[in-house]
Every structure is written in structure tokens, then in C-alpha cells.
Design a protein around this ligand. Structure first.
Ligand SMILES: CC(C)(COP(=O)(O)OP(=O)(O)OC[C@H]1O[C@@H](n2cnc3c(N)ncnc32)[C@H](O)[C@@H]1OP(=O)(O)O)[C@@H](O)C(=O)NCCC(=O)NCCS
Length: 143
């Protein structure tokens, strides 16, 4: 059910992202999905041949940075994000994984902590509207 995104998925990914994230967030355009599919690591979770979630990683020198993770509203709370994270940890070869998350996004922080990410730093006013972020870190083996 998890596979690597293809360029045929761009519109569906864009529609999914727009339906989940608020307008204040840095939205990804159709063009940026196309770019990331070609250049980075974008995995999709499909149910009945429809994309219900995706995860996007950017490759850095010594780590992978989680750039976007999104599960369709009706499918949240079913363990899909956990499966996408576990799949990534298995597939992506690296020393570590990093991400930034809003300090107010409690469900995402809980998800990341459950998957062995640790808060490394507070990022003051990292997001629009003076919202702080956390920089989180996980070693490749999760220890
Ligand atoms: C955050 C998000 C990715 C979680 O996806 P999901 O598939 O629902 O997550 P899972 O079902 O794998 O949940 C795993 C754990 O995360 C935590 N969690 C997930 N949703 C939660 C919620 N609404 N409230 C509290 N904890 C939550 C729980 O600890 C959960 O484990 P549990 O079910 O054993 O308690 C999803 O809610 C989402 O797409 N949110 C909007 C976009 C977003 O915030 N993305 C992350 C940006 S950094």
C-alpha cells in the first residue's frame, strides 16, 4: 500500500495537501510536488487505489529532513502516518532524520515522540503569526 510517488500523482497530492493544511501554512504547489517527486523522496499511502497520505523527505548531507507529512482527515488516527515513518526509516539510508513542527501541533509532536524523535531546539517565531517551532532529531536506529 506504500509506494514511491510518480508524476501522475501530482494533482492528487496537491488536492490532498490543500484539504488538510490551513491557508497560513506554506502550501506546496502542483509544480513543487512535481519537483519533489523528481528530486526527493515522496512516499504515498494508497487505499482502494486512492492516495490517503504522503510523506516527503529532503536529502541533506548527513540526514533526511521531513518536509511534509499529511494524512487525509477521514483516515487520521488509523496508524497511517506511523506506517509511512516506519517505511522511511527502513528505506532511507542515513545517519539521522530531522524535522520542524509547530509547538502547538500536539498530535504531530506525539506521533514523532512515539517514533523516537527528540526535541533538539526551540525555533522562535519560525512560523507565521509568531508561532514557535521545535527542531526534532532522530538517529537512524532510533536510539
Ligand atoms: C499528524 C498526522 C500526520 C498524524 O497522522 P495519523 O495517521 O493520524 O497518525 P497515527 O494514526 O499514525 O498516530 C500515531 C500516534 O500519533 C499521535 N496522534 C495522532 N493523531 C493524534 C491526535 N489527533 N491527537 C493526539 N495524538 C495523536 C498518537 O500518539 C498516535 O498514537 P496512538 O494512536 O497509539 O495514541 C495527521 O493528523 C495529519 O496529517 N495532520 C495534519 C497535517 C500535519 O499536522 N502534519 C504534520 C506537520 S509537521
Amino acid at each position: 500500500m506504500i509506494s514511491v510517488a510518480t508524476k501522475e500523482n501530482t494533482k492528487e497530492l496537491f488536492n490532498l495537501e490543500s484539504s488538510v493544511f490551513s491557508k497560513d501554512d506554506f502550501g506546496l504547489s502542483v509544480g513543487s510536488f512535481y519537483y519533489h517527486i523528481k528530486r526527493n523522496h515522496l512516499f504515498v499511502y494508497k487505499q482502494d487505489n486512492k492516495i490517503v497520505g504522503y510523506i516527503l523527505w529532503l536529502k541533506r548531507k548527513n540526514n533526511y529532513r521531513l518536509y511534509s507529512l499529511c494524512i487525509k482527515k477521514e483516515f487520521q488516527g488509523q496508524g497511517i502516518a506511523t506506517k509511512l515513518l516506519e517505511y522511511s526509516f527502513k528505506i532511507l539510508e542515513t545517519k539521522s532524520f530531522t524535522l520542524e513542527v509547530k509547538t502547538i501541533n500536539k498530535s504531530a509532536i506525539k506521533l514523532y515522540e512515539k517514533n523516537n524523535f527528540k526535541i533538539k531546539k526551540v525555533l522562535k517565531n519560525y512560523y507565521p503569526n509568531n508561532i514557535d517551532g521545535y527542531l526534532m532529531y532522530r538517529s537512524s536506529n532510533g536510539i
